[in-house]
Design a binder for this molecule. Structure first.
Ligand code: ZN
Length: 135
């Protein structure tokens, strides 16, 4: 049963998002070697943590439109939307709730899509230590 918990909006599990983005990268550039997948996954994870998921989504979309060949990670970074490049975020590396990742795992409530959170897999939301600062 979905419990009714009010509070910050929850999103789908973070790793599921990372996987979706990597799948999209792999589909766009089939030359991507399996041993490099974790590199690209790491890039997606880091960029989503720092700038948010929609920034990663836009970045990949743009890169797919413009890069016929598999771009390097350094090249992918150039597609980061301008509006988020200027936003700095910070977390507390010592935070007991997220250990500095900026994401807290939760196991109850609803995601932003309105789906109940999977009680086993959980979902993530921004940790209280996560701050957005203008550069
Ligand atoms: Zn935290």
């Amino acid at each position: 049963m979905a419990s009714k918990i009010s509070g910050p909006k929850l999103v789908e599990p973070f790793e599921k998002f990372v996987e979706q983005m990597v799948t999209r990268i792999k589909a766009a550039w089939p030359k991507l070697a399996d041993q490099s997948l974790s590199l690209y996954a790491g890039f997606v994870r880091e960029t989503a943590n720092r700038h948010g998921r929609s920034a990663v989504d836009k970045l990949i979309r743009e890169a797919i439109n413009r890069e016929p060949e598999l771009p390097s990670i350094a090249k992918l970074k150039m597609y980061l939307p301008v509006e988020v490049r200027q936003v700095k975020t910070s977390t507390n590396p010592q935070c007991p709730d997220c250990e500095g990742s900026g994401w807290m795992r939760v196991f109850a409530g609803n995601t932003t899509n309105g789906n109940p959170v999977d009680a086993v897999q959980g979902a993530v939301r921004r940790c209280h230590c996560w701050r957005k600062e203008s550069a």
